[in-house]
Design a protein around this ligand. Structure first.
Ligand code: AMP
Length: 215
């Protein structure tokens, strides 16, 4: 399947993407994971992106489009892909449309995961992430803690609170979402691609997607 996952930070895009990969081997492409990996590895890309990310600002569109143009042409995307955290702005969505046309790729849907703000805030404050750039598994101190406190079940690396998940950075990220990313819902509605799912549990989101795509 070839999907865009839309939704505020903390809506569950990453969790839903991971569950969807198990259905048909589509790959999860998370621009946030790619950027965090680059920051940890200290690459040029990471150095450029780091300050924006710490503040909870979006990194420049040109940087993101460079990453995505390469990533979408890697062979593992042939089976399908789940875009998690991209596009984030109208210019990114317009560029993506042109890029997909050029590559001869047709999207199935843009799925908007619509979760109430109180749930989002609670989730982001309690979310913890594996610091291993290759893993980046997601936990929640209340609803899904690692078996051993602070240690990733999957790879044994440390599980930490992301630097952009302080209260200040979170409220900034949510404001950025409302201003820059929420307009994408209207964009994809006009394109005839929007699937809006109002659901708090990831399983309910998966069910809605399966039903829509007949999987
Ligand atoms: P995420 O893990 O998706 O919440 O992304 C973490 C941070 O990476 C965001 O707050 C942005 O600073 C940056 N980022 C991720 N994806 C994008 C994107 N498509 N456009 C701009 N910045 C992004």
């Amino acid at each position: 399947m070839k999907l865009i996952l839309l939704g505020a930070p903390g809506a569950g895009k990453g969790t839903v993407a991971k569950l969807l990969t198990a259905i048909d081997g589509s790959v999860q492409i998370s621009t946030g994971d790619i950027l965090r990996g680059a920051v940890q590895a200290g690459t040029e890309l990471g150095k450029e992106a780091e300050e924006y990310m710490k503040r909870g600002d979006l990194v420049p569109d040109s940087l993101i489009m460079g990453i995505m143009e390469k990533r979408l042409q890697e062979p593992d995307c042939e089976k399908g892909f789940l875009l998690d955290g991209f596009p984030r702005t109208i210019p990114q969505a317009e560029e993506l449309k042109k890029l997909l046309e050029r590559l001869g790729i047709t999207l199935d849907k843009a799925v908007n995961i619509d979760v109430p703000r109180e749930v989002i805030l609670d989730r982001l404050c309690t979310r913890r992430t594996c610091e291993n750039p290759e893993c980046q598994a997601i936990y929640n101190v209340k609803s899904n803690p690692p078996k051993q406190e602070g240690i990733c079940d999957k790879c044994g690396a440390r599980v930490v609170q992301r630097e952009d998940e302080t209260e200040e950075a979170i409220s900034h990220r949510l404001a950025t979402y409302n201003e820059k990313t929420a307009p994408l819902i209207g964009f994809y509605e006009k394109e005839g691609l929007l699937l809006n799912v109002e659901a708090v549990s990831s399983d309910a989101v998966i069910e809605a997607i399966r039903k829509e795509l007949g999987l």
